[in-house]
Design a protein around this ligand. Structure first.
Ligand code: SF4
Length: 294
């Protein structure tokens, strides 16, 4: 049996039951895809349902203000995604729903991965959205590369014409790959339990224990931090936004101590104000007479 068919069979028995897999609505799929960027699946499930209750259609989201979308997104993090999603809804509301992957990509805020994902999951197109997870599985399976890097993507794309089934549920193959990547073909894969082990070009190397994890993958990505603060800026930015939401009108002078117990006015005031400025430039909050508002 061809690997993609084995994978689909495995997916029918072991695939995760996720709410966005029960719809073909492109808006719902897009919401899930944007939420899943940088947020774990379990957290997204609740936010996804709540978001669709408040903004059930492209039109309702397109008409929402910055404050409404950021408020509803609150808790998911990386709030710029909320505004980007609203801006995509505005474009769709004005020009209609794109019907091809190329047309999705013409929308500001949609890259090749998202265009391919909506085309596959909402419009049942024969395409492969390549993210880190899918790259890891397909790079191993088809090319025998234990830790594939983005430069392999064009080779993966070229092999999709033969890899993807020509009929049946080819649009579910990427979903099956996501699940295999999460459950089995992880950073250190459990090849002995993999439905693809007899077809995979990397399985022997992993099973024989001769593969070591590249050093650059062990290092954690460094986030931007200020002085010796215990958290990256991302955490303090989230706290500033929470204050803008719960206590609008808080002054620039008071925010420092509210977001950081170790705040030092001499050393940290400029840092706090630069984060406020960035949040304002990104459209996530407003300022008025040196106070913050949503
Ligand atoms: S056999 Fe191992 S490396 Fe190959 S796809 Fe399965 S889990 Fe990944």
């Amino acid at each position: 049996m061809k690997p993609a068919l084995k994978l689909l069979k495995w997916y029918q028995e072991h695939g995760r039951d996720l709410p966005w897999r029960k719809t073909r609505n492109p808006y719902h799929i897009l919401v899930s895809e944007i939420m899943l960027q940088q947020t774990q699946v379990d957290r997204v499930k609740t936010f996804y349902r709540d978001w669709l209750k408040v903004f059930p259609t492209w039109k309702r989201l397109a008409e929402a203000s910055n404050e409404q979308v950021v408020r509803q997104w609150s808790g998911l993090g990386y709030n710029r995604r909320a505004l980007a999603l609203r801006d995509i809804a505005m474009q769709v509301n004005e020009h209609g729903i794109p019907q091809t992957e190329e047309d999705w990509q013409k929308l500001k805020g949609i890259g090749p991965y998202t265009a391919s994902a909506i085309s596959a999951f909402a419009q049942l197109k024969r395409t492969m959205p390549i993210d880190t997870n899918i790259r890891r599985v397909l790079g191993r399976l088809l090319f025998g590369v234990p830790y594939p890097q983005p430069d392999i993507d064009s080779q993966i794309q070229s092999s999709m014409e033969t890899f993807l089934p020509k009929s049946g549920a080819f649009y579910d193959v990427p979903q099956a790959l996501f699940d295999l990547a999460t459950m089995t073909c992880t950073k250190v894969p459990t090849c002995s339990e993999c439905p693809l082990k007899t077809s995979c070009l990397a399985s022997q190397a992993f099973l024989s224990g001769t593969v070591s994890i590249p050093k650059q993958m062990i290092k954690k990505t460094r986030e931007q931090t200020h002085r010796s603060k215990p958290h990256p800026d991302r955490i303090y930015r989230g706290r500033i936004l929470a204050i803008a939401k719960t206590t609008p009108g808080t002054s620039f002078e008071d925010i420092g101590l509210l977001v950081d117990k170790t705040f030092d006015r001499k050393l940290d005031q400029a840092w706090v104000e630069s984060m406020i400025k960035r949040l304002e430039n990104e459209g996530l909050l407003k300022t008025n007479a040196r106070t913050i508002l949503l």
